[in-house]
Design a protein around this ligand. Structure first.
Ligand SMILES: [Cu+2]
Length: 338
């Protein structure tokens, strides 16, 4: 409602302003001064440029501040801090360039507004200026590219040996997460084995699969590297963990991966954000079909001892679905954990 009244007021003011200008030019016709080459609108239009710029810029800063409550809280992963630093550095450089060039853009029409006593100055080019505005951005961009490349290689470096590895499969329309059991090794998979229950095609002829489990929530311990092995069953999906500043596409037929180290538990994040119902979430950022909106998976960062407790209570897929051993060769079957 308030917004409506303010918008209506702005429109009305503009209409009044336009009518006043119109009356002004009609008056000048009556007074016979219309033959002059410059009307009163020349200086008004010129003055509007810097006014628009200053007011617009003030609104941008005001709104950015006001909307800050919707910004993501500080990064919950070590990698995210590096990404954030790079993001804010680039934002600062862009802001400086934006304010500098736009100050010129809006000030010059005011300064060089039409003046009957001034003749336009022919100024076709200036090599020195062109060299300056080519070299400075080239240096800045090179520094940013190098910094960005370093950040990228840091983030995508191979996961440490002690990382917890889990598999995330995207499908229309949900995520399926698989953990290795006590052996710490994910079993192999084969898309030909996919059916309504074995949704990710776990291959039970590999004994590492016997203790794999598929939980309804992701749990990871604070302070330990976690590696996600990502794949997709049908179309492109994208694993997005905004609070950890992580995003990686899930591509059919092309496994991808990323790893990170969480630094705040879910409970710690509750007090950081001041929201008692705070939850980390895994979302899909690839518009993958009509059920895309529903691809939300909860993620909990536990204290290491709580994680161990949770991990210990998870039941292997095979234990719930023992039938899957039926087609497995006898010598492997005999290895199955009861
Ligand atoms: Cu998706």
């Amino acid at each position: 409602m308030n917004t409506f009244i303010i918008s209506a007021a702005v429109v009305l003011l503009l209409v009044i302003f336009f009518l006043l200008m119109r009356v002004g030019s009609l008056l000048s016709i009556l007074k016979g001064s219309y033959s002059k080459r410059v009307g009163s609108s020349n200086s008004i239009n010129a003055a509007m440029f810097p006014i628009f710029f200053v007011v617009g810029l003030a609104l941008i800063f005001w709104y950015s501040g006001k909307a800050s409550e919707f910004y993501l809280p500080k990064s919950a992963s070590e990698h995210g801090i590096i990404t954030d630093n790079l993001f804010w550095l680039i934002t600062a450089i862009i802001m400086i360039a934006f304010i500098f060039t736009n100050t010129m853009l809006f000030y010059f029409p005011y300064k060089y507004q039409f003046n009957e006593n001034r003749k336009a100055f022919f100024y076709p080019d200036n090599h020195k200026l062109e060299i300056i505005w080519t070299i400075i951005p080239a240096i800045v961009l090179t520094v940013l590219v190098i910094f960005g490349y370093k950040t990228w290689t840091d983030i995508t470096a191979p996961a440490p040996k002690d990382a917890i590895v889990l598999e995330i499969t995207g499908k229309q329309f949900n995520w399926i997460v698989r953990y290795p059991g006590k052996d710490g090794k994910l079993g192999t998979y084969n898309y030909k084995l996919i059916d309504a229950t074995n949704e990710v095609g776990i291959d039970f002829s590999d004994k590492s699969s016997f203790d794999d489990f598929l939980p309804r929530e992701i749990h990871i311990p604070k302070g330990r590297p976690v590696q996600f092995k990502i794949r997709a069953r049908d179309v492109l999906h994208s694993v997005f963990l905004p609070h950890f500043r992580q995003k990686m596409d899930a591509v059919p037929g092309m496994p991808t991966t990323f790893w990170f180290t969480p630094i705040y538990t879910t409970d710690e994040m509750k007090s950081i954000t001041g929201k008692s119902d705070f939850k980390y979430e895994l979302a899909c950022t690839e518009v993958c079909g009509k059920g895309h909106f529903g691809m939300k998976f909860l993620l909990v960062v536990d204290e290491p001892e709580d994680f161990e407790k949770w991990y210990g209570t998870q039941e292997a897929f095979l234990k719930k679905n023992p039938d899957y051993l039926a087609n497995v060769p006898l010598e492997i079957k005999s290895l199955a954990i009861k």
